[in-house]
Write a protein that binds this ligand. Structure first.
Ligand code: URA
Length: 212
């Protein structure tokens, strides 16, 4: 697809196995949540792989040594409400002190357009990276809208972490925000006429929260 970005794919066997649990229609809610949490841990590790390190002097019980520490502040995590909340705890498990912004948007099922209803973010977005947590990068409209909103609020270093991406969503995001990197567990075949990723896993928010 022209203009599509190449996402960083997490092909770790545990991530791929957990994704199959998410895909299976009969997976109960509890198991769905647990599998999404495991995926979030691996996604968080992949999405933060390139954080910069600096050397800091530490004294072990035996001697002094220069040891690596994060060079900058932790990224701001930005779950897209509501399905992005299913990834948040896993990311916070690796970065317990990370600030959290919220981007609330839903998809108008008739037009597939993104309707924004809420945004709250820390004031220091210019000083740190931000990672948008959106399990399903489908049309890409919501992730692109989140990035636009975050840039308007000062963010300069943006990434998107998702479970599944559609080629259409990758192309849309790349067209709107060529500077934004994507980390995903898998890229699926494409979107159906209702904007669902195929083969996909259904509606991530509905399966997480029992609605729909
Ligand atoms: N959002 C979902 O939850 N699932 C899809 O397949 C597409 C968008």
């Amino acid at each position: 697809m022209p203009g599509a970005m190449t996402p960083r794919l997490i092909d770790h066997p545990l991530a791929q196995d957990a994704l199959t649990t998410l895909r299976r229609a009969g997976t109960p809610r509890e198991a769905f949540r647990a599998a999404l949490h495991r995926i979030a841990l691996l996604l968080a590790a992949g999405a933060t792989e390139r954080l910069h390190l600096a050397a800091a002097p530490v004294v072990t019980p035996l001697e002094g040594v220069d040891a690596p520490v994060l060079a900058g502040p932790l990224p701001c995590l930005v779950p897209v409400l509501r399905a992005g909340l299913g990834l948040l705890d896993g990311f916070l498990a690796l970065m317990p002190a990370a600030p959290v912004a919220h981007f609330g948007a839903y998809r108008d099922h008739a037009t597939l357009a993104t309707v924004e209803y809420s945004f709250a973010a820390p004031t220091d977005l210019a000083l740190r990276a931000a990672i948008v947590l959106d399990p399903m990068l489908a049309t890409g409209n919501t992730a692109a809208a989140a990035c636009t909103r975050l840039k308007a609020a000062g963010a300069r270093d943006l990434a998107v972490a998702c479970v599944l991406a559609a080629p259409e969503g990758l192309a849309r995001l790349a067209a709107a925000h060529p500077d934004v990197t994507v980390t995903a567990i898998a890229v699926d075949r494409g979107l159906d006429e209702r904007g669902y990723i195929r083969p996909g896993l259904g509606d991530a928010g509905d399966r997480l929260f029992g609605t729909g």
